[in-house]
Ligand binder design. Structure first.
Ligand code: GLA
Length: 666
């Protein structure tokens, strides 16, 4: 039977031999299958240029193999050794202020510096050559969390050639960047630069293109290592761990096509009940990216914290049971296992208090006992490895739109595409409506309903694709600020939301962004049954009907009586426009009503609030994952065999507080 992967980042180089022996024993007890090794070990693997010291890693891999633990072997290129920056200062990155950073942390590299790229390829090739055929080697983990941005002169050169390739000529570039504004017209390629610190607001199209360039440059750095490794060890999957966050200059939807298995790191930031909603969103997003990956539909939770939630101000300890529930939530959504950062807590270094399966307290600890229990749990779920979720609803998540909305000069400084997508996801999640979060508007035929929250940038091709899908019967929900700009962050004129105006049958004349404490009242339009009065927050705007009907209207204020939420029948489908963010339960009520009208109802039915229920499918078989995130016991409809206890369930399952069950359905 296949097994789910279980384990995490393992750094034996930080410990003496007696600890290695204990690691082996503890991994056996916890039923660890997988250890990610070598992630930041470049200076130990290549202590001087071209002088390799693989002996210690040989011992690690041999020991793992002897204990039946697979190695996810990393290339160490996220942490170049001190000697590289001394020999080639140009490999150290330069900030937007022109200041070159120094060695002393990690991720300190310039992806456009030939000396860095050559050195990275060489160490990857040496590792590939050396570990070809090693029995422990199960997967390559290139680099770690690609995301470093550099603004140096070498980067400027690379950015220029990227721009020439994208635009062909300077006229096209000037047009795309609207350089007629503030007299930024370029007359020679040499004048183009990364967006370094400047006097006042930077050019938004330049900033956006620099993010795209950085994503492509980092991707080139990844693919050249991947190709070296593929050549050395054909058949061994190669991936890298995606990191989520607004700062990350990586377009993961594009990258997903280049990794053999989509792998994400996820660290919730909400210590309360929001953490499971964040975890569910990240997992559904990973699955959405995995649609484009050769290894899809499966994906892998490569890193998460066993015991802590890192909020802005402090670390919050996870209460008992949460580590297992979060892991099962990922597995339920198609993760091929649960890997953690990290196996053993370090004694020193910058992250000395980050949590681990073996904490500072050692194995005689709650966390390690839970780690052992989780190993047993995952061991019982082998038959589910390979399953996936079937969602009828997709949420569009567009990283370039998120980047563009981080710019200056926008109508509100509270615009956050990722947050908006998470809100939609949460509203549907709380009503038991499963979603795929999709990074590219492709393969829409698989869905009955699509929500585009604040999808600010939209190409003509994307708009045309969405239109044909609606005409063929799709149910579309578009929220404010979607399709307003083209791919160069230029507004589509003639009324918002330019790219989708005709499809939605509305014309938006002007924006009325709201303050943090503002609310606008909404009331059902004439002749509709859109439900009780609701309120909107964050945003409002002047909407005119141009074919659509009003479902909800603004009540009071300058927009009194004007449409707020509209519906437009198009071909066999229907397109809704939501011009404000419905507050409180209003978002969920609205989306659930639209879903019901599209024939999409909660699956499984009868969900209990606070009990996460996810149905997984594989080859005609189904498993129901039930996770009780509440402090009370609940009775949940279920029938089949609980894989965690072996018990037969005949209609109703009693889940204890914080408990979990995985039912092979009969
Ligand atoms: C990321 C990194 C790890 C570690 C953790 C800490 O996932 O990949 O090396 O820094 O964050 O939370």
């Amino acid at each position: 039977m296949p097994r789910l992967l279980y384990g995490g980042d393992y750094n034996p180089e930080q410990w003496p031999a007696e600890v290695h022996a204990e690691d082996a024993e503890l991994m056996r007890r916890a039923r660890v299958t997988t250890a990610t090794v070598g992630v930041f070990a470049w200076s130990r693997l290549e202590p001087a240029p071209g002088r390799y010291a693989f002996g210690w890693l040989d011992e690690v891999l041999d020991r793992l193999a002897a204990h039946g633990v697979g190695a996810v072997l990393a290339t160490p290129t996220a942490s170049p050794p001190p000697w590289l920056g001394v020999a080639h200062p140009e490999v150290l990155p330069v900030g937007p202020d022109g200041v070159r950073l120094s060695h002393g942390s990690r991720d300190t590299y310039c992806a456009s510096a030939p000396a860095y790229r050559d050195a990275a390829r060489r160490i990857a090739a040496a590792l590939g050559e050396h570990y070809r055929g090693h029995p422990a080697l199960t997967m390559w983990h290139v680099h770690n969390e690609y995301g470093t941005t550099c603004h140096c002169d070498l980067t400027a050169e690379a950015f220029r050639s990227w721009l020439r390739h994208r635009y062909g000529g300077l006229d096209e570039l000037n047009d795309a960047w609207t350089t007629a504004f503030w007299g930024q017209h370029y007359t020679h390629w040499a004048q183009t630069r990364p967006p370094r610190r400047t006097q006042y607001l930077p050019n938004p199209a330049q900033v956006l293109d620099f993010r795209r360039f950085t994503s492509d440059e980092l991707l080139a750095a990844y693919t050249e290592q991947r190709d070296v490794l593929r050549a050395a060890t054909p058949g061994v999957p190669v991936t890298t761990n995606f990191v989520l966050g607004g700062w990350v200059p990586v377009d993961h939807a594009r990258w997903a096509r280049e990794v053999d298995l989509v792998a994400i790191d996820h660290y919730p930031s909400d210590p309360g009940a929001g953490a499971q909603e964040q975890a569910a969103f990240a997992a559904d997003l990973a699955r959405g990216w995995a649609r484009h990956s050769p290894g899809g539909p499966g994906w892998l939770l490569m890193e998460t914290a066993p015991n802590l939630i890192y909020a802005a101000d402090r670390m919050h300890t996870k209460e008992p049971g949460r580590m297992a529930r979060h892991s099962l939530a990922a597995v339920a959504r198609g993760s091929r296992g649960a890997l953690f950062f990290q196996w053993r807590a370090p004694r020193g270094g910058a992250e000395l208090f980050h949590s681990a399966l073996v904490p500072h307290a050692g194995p005689d600890s709650r966390v390690f006992r839970e780690a052992v229990a989780l190993g047993e749990t995952l061991d019982r779920l082998g038959e589910t490895a390979g399953g996936t979720v079937r969602a009828a609803i997709a949420i569009g998540y567009d990283e370039p739109s998120a980047w563009a909305l981080q710019g200056a000069g926008l109508p509100s400084n509270r615009l956050d595409h990722a947050e908006e997508a998470e809100l939609v996801h949460r509203a549907l999640w709380r009503r038991g409506l499963g979603t795929d979060v999709i990074g590219a508007l492709e393969g829409l035929a698989a869905y009955r309903m699509l929500v585009l929250p604040m999808h600010y940038l939209m190409t003509d091709a994307q708009a045309a694709g969405v239109r044909s899908w609606v005409e063929a019967g799709g149910t579309l929900v578009v929220t404010f600020l979607s399709g307003v700009a083209d791919e160069c962050a230029r507004v589509r004129t003639g009324g918002y939301p330019g790219a989708l105006r005709e499809l939605l049958g509305v014309r938006v004349e002007e924006f009325h962004p709201l303050g943090p404490d503002d609310r606008v009242k909404l009331s059902p339009g004439p002749g509709t049954d859109a439900g009780a009065a609701m309120a909107g927050e964050l945003w409002s705007e002047t909407v005119h009907l141009a074919g659509a009907e009003a479902l909800l209207s603004y009540r009071g204020g300058v927009l009194d009586g004007l449409p707020a939420v509209t519906r437009h029948a198009v071909g066999a489908g229907v397109a809704y426009y939501v011009s404000t963010r419905p507050a409180d339960e209003g978002y969920g009520d609205l989306l659930a009503a639209v879903a019901a009208s599209a024939g999409v109802t909660p699956d499984p039915a009868g969900a209990v609030p606070g009990v996460e229920a996810v149905r997984q499918h594989q080859d005609g078989r189904t498993w129901l994952f039930l996770l009780n995130h509440t402090g009370e016991g609940h009775e949940v409809p279920a029938a089949g065999t609980d894989l965690l206890t072996g018990a037969t369930v005949t209609g109703v399952l009693r889940l204890p507080p914080g408990g979990a069950a995985v039912i092979r359905e009969s």
